[in-house]
Write a protein that binds this ligand. Sequence first.
Ligand code: AMP
Length: 209
Amino acid sequence: MLGPPGSGKGTQAHIISELYGVPVVTTGDMLRDAAARGTEHGLTAKGYMDRGELVPDEIVNAVVRERLSRPDVEKGFILDGFPRSKAQAEALDRILEERRLRLDHVVHVTLGDEEIVGRLSKRRSCPRCGAVYHLESKPPRRGLACDECGARLVQRDDDKPEVIRHRLEVYREKTRPLLDRYARMRIIREVPGDTPLEDLPGLLRSILG
Ligand code: AMP
């Protein structure tokens, strides 16, 4: 999944996961989880995440390499939030080659900056199960409690306006250039980030086959 923060890549990744029965590998969730557990990598990562910077490639690549060594990815997997830089894309090529896996599709989720800032500043996330809400378009049913697990929803530190702007700059500078690389491989599938939720399963199925 490739696209700016807040474009809805995570939502689309979960729909694809349900449609095809394959796991989603979400580096943001894995790094937040490592930070919450207080591991050495997690604590280093947290400083970068809170500032809206990319976590160093060595840490993220190691996390992804370990995750892709587990047996549940053999029938397929969705990468959400990785790769985010040229060095990560190169590391991914190596990992895939070693494991005799390949990328079939790069789903590019598109959305304008104004819409992104509006979405992220009203986003609330579940720190326990990772469910994501929007105060207007997808509000939780009971106050600020997660519909799925009941934990109290929070605003991620990096969903505050000044950090959002920085994350967008980082996306433009470091991650967006990866589109050229995957365009050369002819595997980019564009999906508008404002596609109505109910239309996404049908659209994604028609695109991914
Ligand atoms: P996300 O939940 O995908 O928006 O990611 C939240 C934050 O986690 C990012 O702003 C980065 O600080 C960090 N992060 C997630 N994935 C990566 C990655 N592939 N490379 C570097 N940092 C990452």
